[in-house]
Ligand binder design. Structure first.
Ligand code: ZN
Length: 541
């Protein structure tokens, strides 16, 4: 089979010329490039990304103008025989890979790919011949869009100094270099460099000479078991009467304000900047820091929503911190949700501005209001329909949704019959339901036809199955703008299930994709305590 416009023999000749010998990787790479080229629209300037350094890069450089040197070829070692060609401006492109489902008839290729043929016993010529005969038939493809960082860089791509390591790195990577985030390849780094930044020169005076001077920071009297506010607050002027109190607190000398040093930011000023940058809608805070700290409070009832990744990035900056409650916690107005401060009394202006840069993209957390949904409840089950079993689902679901301010507009009980389920769902929606909660009928039992009934009613964007115990057989989706949630039967037996974790997110209007559910596995195991204290427990955290 030809490789693009080249015959197989011409390709082998060129390839041998290029780097000495013909490896299976470079030849199969040739077919990959040819297939990707045939699938790409003929426009724009494209770049290549190869997923293994073995062979594929050579094929790309042989058949396309893309090279590592001109920035058109990127190697991201995922250890896979796959490559992508994509538009350098938009990132849209085609990924081609070896399709393991299509290797059945190709013994040599299988032996090479899975390393089941010993290298010494491998017949190079037979393998190359098989690759030639198989051509693109053993390849699969998909359309992809590559990440922003692989697109054509503007000629004046900025270079920044990392706030943590002080080394130069591409500014497009954010305020901290990739090496100082989770991408570091080093288990430990011991540096002879000393961090000498300590603070502005401070003036220490004897307590007796403090009258008329201003306190540099809040001062708290420590009495074990007794918690009280600061004895002196930052900026407060000491009077003659304060001297005795200071001495009682065990102070013989104190630091006092000595004019402003433009290179340093006082902790109170720093945290005011951080607070304004961190807090989003539905969050309030007192602009007067207490002991250098600002506490964030919910300004309305709702769902606390945190950008965990950006909080982590902020906390990587030196000399700053912010701690919050868990993402997706339901909070009442007036409850605290987090706090922030600068760690030393003075933070260098450079570090302050670096950390503020991390907040430029917008707030890191917010409180989303939860809508008061109009709920329709559908119970499926022939036994319940016939009255052989008394329904217990409706009161349980009703109790949970009403607790969050929703109203139940209609309930229905149907037998396990697809058409009847579809009809009932439509009736619930006609009654004004904008959230349909269905119960049971979601397991593998062939009589369980709830899902089929929902699909006939127009269910789309369905995700089924969640890494939550109890509550694995959960279904989420929508019919038009009506949200649909299938609650598994375990809701009957367990006080707290996936329903309690997911309902607030639905009411806050968050989209819940497969990846969001997958992330819930950690903490998604309920301890099933004799006396349930949810949400004051680790479930869902
Ligand atoms: Zn760094």
């Amino acid at each position: 089979m030809n490789i693009g416009t080249l015959t197989f023999e011409t390709f082998l000749e060129k390839s041998a010329e290029f780097h000495g010998e013909n490896t299976p990787g470079v030849v199969i790479g040739g077919y990959m490039v040819a297939l990707a080229q045939s699938l790409l629209p003929e426009r724009g300037e494209y770049a290549a990304l190869v997923e293994t350094p073995k062979g594929l890069a050579d094929a790309v450089q042989l058949l396309t103008p893309c090279t590592v040197g001109n920035g058109g070829l990127k190697v991201v070692n995922l250890g896979k025989y796959a490559l992508s060609l994509y538009d350098r401006e938009t990132g849209e492109g085609v990924r081609v890979r070896i399709d393991t489902d299509r290797l059945e008839a190709w013994e040599e290729i299988r032996g090479w790919l899975f390393q089941t043929t010993e290298a010494s016993r491998r017949d190079r010529d037979a393998l190359l011949l098989e690759i030639c005969r198989a051509g693109t038939s053993v390849l699969g493809s998909e359309t992809v869009r590559v990440e922003e960082r692989f697109l054509k860089k503007s000629p004046i791509a900025s270079v920044s100094i990392c706030a943590v390591c002080k080394e130069a790195y591409p500014g497009a990577d954010g305020g901290i270099c990739r090496g100082c985030r989770r991408d570091t390849p080093y288990a430990s780094v011991t540096s002879p460099r000393e961090d000498t930044a300590s603070g502005p020169s401070l003036t220490a005076v004897a307590v007796e000479d403090a009258v008329g001077r201003k306190a540099l920071h809040d001062m708290t009297r420590i009495e074990p078991g007794v918690s009280k506010g600061p004895e002196f607050t930052s900026g407060q002027e000491f009077s003659a009467g304060d001297i005795c109190r200071l001495q009682k607190m065990g102070r013989n000398t104190i630091f006092v304000e000595d004019g402003d040093d433009p290179d340093w930011v006082h902790e109170n000023d720093a945290v005011k900047g951080f607070a304004a940058g961190l807090a989003g809608e539905g969050i309030t805070f007192d602009d007067n820091p207490e002991e250098g700290k600002i506490t964030f409070t919910a300004d309305r009832d709702g769902l606390f929503v945190l950008d965990s990744e950006r909080l982590e990035t902020f906390n990587l900056y030196p000399d700053v911190m912010c701690a919050t409650r868990h993402n997706h916690t339901v909070v009442e107005k007036g409850r605290p949700v987090g706090g922030s401060r600068a760690i030393p009394l003075h933070i260098s202006r450079e570090r302050y501005e670096g950390a503020m840069g991390a907040l430029e993209e917008g707030p890191v957390f917010r409180i989303l209001p939860m809508r008061k949904a109009r709920v329709g409840i559908l119970v499926t089950g022939t036994e319940v329909f016939k009255g052989l079993i008394k329904d217990r689902f409706i009161p349980i679901v009703r109790g949970k949704v009403e607790k969050l301010g929703c109203t139940v507009v209609k309930t229905a009980v149907t037998p396990d019959d697809t058409a009847m389920i579809t009809k009932s769902v439509n009736e619930l929606m006609d009654a004004g339901a904008d959230l349909v909660v269905t119960t049971a009928g979601l397991s593998v039992d062939p009589d369980d036809v709830t899902r089929a009934g929902l699909v006939d009613a127009g269910l789309t964007d369905a995700v089924y199955g969640a890494p939550l115990l109890p509550g694995t057989m959960t279904l989420l989706g929508r019919i038009g703008s009506v949200q649909v949630m299938g609650v598994p039967a375990c809701a009957l037996f367990f006080k707290t299930t996936s329903f309690d974790l997911l309902l607030p997110r639905l009411l806050a209007g968050l989209s819940i994709r497969k990846i969001d559910l997958a992330a819930m596995g950690e903490g998604g195991f309920c301890l099933n305590c004799r006396s349930c204290t949810y949400p004051k427990c680790p479930f869902g955290k």
